[in-house]
Design a protein around this ligand. Structure first.
Ligand code: 6PG
Length: 267
């Protein structure tokens, strides 16, 4: 059973009694966005993160989605990536390739990942260059209000400290509003070297989904979603506010347990 808060200012919060319902609804949501983008632009540009998110999207590998999704028109990016070889167990590319993207339906040319032979700095610069080329060809859209790319969908997990992608609280990486992609070499969550979309790129997306499950996320969910005045204004998850897009939270009841607004808990 899902409780869904009224959509307000382009934001919706969906709360699920059990993970199976969350997984089914998340797959359906992604499938609808894919269908709409393909109808409108002939392609679907989607950026993934790492962590539990990929397992929670697993329904997409099963019927009906395995057959009905326009996999051939998907272009897959990573909102953040660990700077490790692509065959390393920590690689977000490997995680998605092995556990989400059906091998015969998604070709290597549709997976736009970092050059793993470079340093974090060089890999972030190279990744931004790659995205700039794909914006020029309109494979990735462009924001109406900034020079940022406009991904059809950016999927994020959230850490218990409120980080999203590899944008960590109280880290200078949050101040970078110039670049599309940047890097960290001291990530509090291992491994230390990562590249990440910057906040302006996340907020330029047509759709952003944040998925958080488990009680360890409850405090950060509360700070990010509830109107708690000036508390933690620079909590990365709270800074996710798509300018012209829609933000949708998918939460289980444990992650939602500290939300204080009843609006989030009623139809
Ligand atoms: C990464 C991430 C990171 C992740 C969160 C949540 O580490 O690669 O992209 O932002 O999504 O840390 O991870 P969990 O859902 O596993 O807690």
């Amino acid at each position: 059973m899902a409780f869904s808060g009224a959509e307000k200012e382009g934001k919706e919060v969906k709360i699920y009694e059990n993970l199976d319902d969350l997984k089914i609804d998340l797959a359906e949501y992604v499938a609808e966005l894919s269908e709409a983008a393909v109808k409108e632009r002939g392609t679907f540009s989607v950026a993934l993160s790492g962590g539990s998110l990929i397992g929670l999207m697993g329904e997409l590998r099963h019927p009906p989605y395995i057959e009905t999704l326009d996999w051939a028109l998907w272009h897959i990016f990573w909102a953040d990536e660990r700077v490790v070889p692509k065959n390393h167990p920590d690689s977000n590319y490997k995680l998605a390739k092995d556990n989400l993207l059906p091998k015969v339906l998604v070709l290597p040319s549709q997976m736009h990942s970092i050059n793993d032979s470079l340093s974090a700095k060089e890999a972030s610069e190279g990744y931004e260059f790659l995205i700039r080329q794909l914006v020029k060809t309109r494979l990735v859209g462009v924001s109406e209000t900034s020079d940022c790319p406009k991904f059809d969908l950016i999927l994020l997990g959230m850490g218990s400290d409120g980080h999203v992608a590899s944008l960590f609280p109280n880290h200078s990486v949050l101040d970078n509003t110039e670049d599309w992609v940047t890097y960290v070499t001291d990530s509090p969550k291992p491994p230390p070297e990562r590249i990440t979309f910057t906040m302006p790129v996340i907020n330029a997306a047509a759709n952003v989904v944040v998925v958080a499950i488990g009680s360890s996320k409850a405090d950060a969910v509360h700070l990010a979603i509830d109107d708690v005045g000036h508390e933690c204004p620079s909590l990365p998850a709270k800074m996710v506010k798509p300018t012209n897009g829609k933000l949708t939270w998918f939460l289980d009841k444990l992650a939602a347990s500290k939300l204080d607004s009843c609006a989030h808990k009623s139809e």
